[in-house]
Design a protein around this ligand. Structure first.
Ligand code: AMP
Length: 437
């Protein structure tokens, strides 16, 4: 029997409706903030991710699913290396949304000189070659936003405010969510800070794990996220980015916090929050559902250098992404659910096969009137059609029998009270519609 790949899921039934519900909530909320939907390809050139996310990140080094066409795959195996591939032949499944959206913004010139900012949101599958576990999949789904061309700290605050409103509308008890914010500085102050952290790690060489010693050379800030307890203890005394911000970054961060305070958004400052991707500058934030045990349920930040890294002109940007599967788990842990019941439908039953053609017409007429309906396609008895209608949760059943049809009418049966009356066929859509409402 064919089986799905470990760390991937089939979305159907209530779980699928939950994903759609999350997108509906996003469409309405993000739309009210002026965001338009975008969809970029699921495969991009590897360089799109390498330039943006950074060569030294775990996502690029270890977790990206690489894609090769069938013909090239044979050549690649024979050559034993990808060095002969052209840039456009080196492809990967997107591990996150921002790099692709920014690539699209550069390619389609979304933010020409002097233009209003581009505000985009997406709902897409992402692919990461991680070790599958609860809340950590190899194909998962994210809703995210990217706001390009807005350097103002008000944009950072609005993004965070919109994110928290999103959780609220998804059904979260906000008192059970923890929002952490930080500023990571910019190209002026971060390089010196990185060097300080590198030197700090090297000065504690004996106490740090192998990975951290490697990180010290390529991406020292990642050591703040090391799972090793000894490293965590050492890193508690490491220099903090908030003590090393330049005046502009400090002022930007202060303003973001002032806006959040003004909007009454509770947050915690976490000077060790660094996020895994290289492109972040200044504001970064992450949200966790307290005691849900699923890790971060969303996060994001500012990336003022990313447009340039993707080959465009310098344009500021900020965004966030929220993972659907973790949201579903975290809501469940709060005793809530994203799942919406299947929408109810009207059932069109016929007493005998002689009324089948009339049932066909009635079903079409009801659907034309926008009424969701189902009928029998298996030649069941009237009794089992009623059973089926109950199973589908149909509040109303339209029953067609020879006598009713002779009178140009049908029986409309309320499935809860079992009350029924005769309604002329021509009046069915209106009558059924009114009763459903
Ligand atoms: P990141 O881009 O890593 O900050 O991810 C943003 C959000 O996507 C996280 O907060 C999670 O909710 C979700 N997410 C990230 N990686 C995974 C994964 N492997 N499986 C499921 N959800 C994920």
């Amino acid at each position: 029997m064919a089986q799905k790949i470990q760390g991937t899921e089939d979305l159907f039934g209530g779980y699928m409706r939950a994903w759609q519900h999350m997108q509906d909530v996003a469409r309405e909320l993000f739309g009210s903030y002026g965001f338009d939907m975008i969809e970029t390809p699921a495969i991009e050139q590897v360089d799109t991710f390498v330039h943006g996310i950074g060569e030294s990140t775990d996502v690029v080094r270890k977790e990206m699913f690489r894609v090769v066409s069938g013909a090239l795959f044979e050549n690649l195996l024979a050559a034993g290396s990808e060095s002969g591939l052209k840039a456009k032949q080196r492809m990967a499944m997107r591990p996150e949304g921002t790099a692709g959206v920014v690539r699209a913004a550069v390619e389609n010139n979304f933010v020409p000189q002097g233009a209003a900012p581009a505000k985009l949101w997406y709902a897409e599958a992402m692919f990461r070659g991680e070790r599958p576990q609860k809340g950590r999949l190899r194909q998962f789904h994210q809703v995210g936003v990217e706001w390009l061309g807005a350097p103002d700290p008000a944009a950072d605050a609005e993004c965070i405010i919109m994110l928290m409103e999103f959780y609220k509308r998804l059904g979260f008890d906000l008192s059970q969510l923890e929002l952490r914010v930080n500023s990571m500085g910019d190209e002026d102050c971060r390089p010196a800070y990185r060097d300080k952290v590198r030197d700090f790690i090297l000065a504690h060489e004996d106490e740090m794990c192998e990975d951290c010693l490697e990180r010290a050379q390529i991406n020292p800030l990642r050591s703040f996220d090391c799972k090793n307890e000894r490293c965590q203890r050492v890193m508690r005394d490491a220099p903090l980015v908030t003590d090393n911000l330049c005046d502009e970054c400090r002022s930007h961060y202060e303003q973001v916090k002032r806006y959040l305070d003004a909007a009454g958004i509770p947050y915690e400052e976490d000077p060790t929050l660094v996020r895994g991707l290289d492109y972040y500058t200044r504001t970064v934030f992450e949200v966790e559902a307290v005691s849900s045990g699923v890790g971060a349920i969303g996060g994001g930040g500012r990336y003022d250098g990313l447009m340039e890294l993707e080959g465009g002109k310098q344009t500021p940007g900020i965004g966030f992404a929220v993972g659907f599967e973790r949201i579903a788990l975290a809501l469940e842990a709060q005793g809530s659910s994203l799942e919406t019941p299947a929408p109810s439908c009207v059932y069109v039953a016929c007493a005998s096969p002689d009324e089948r053609a009339a049932a066909f017409d009635v079903t079409l007429a009801l659907r034309q009137a926008g009424i969701r309906c189902e009928a029998d396609y298996q030649g069941r008895s009237l009794k089992s059609q009623f059973k089926q209608a109950d199973k589908l949760g149909a509040p109303i059943c339209v029953v067609l029998g020879s006598e009713e049809l002779a009178a140009g009418a049908a029986t409309v049966r309320d499935m809860r009270t079992h009350e029924q009356d005769l309604v002329p066929l021509a009046a069915l859509p209106e009558t059924v519609g009114t009763r459903l409402a």
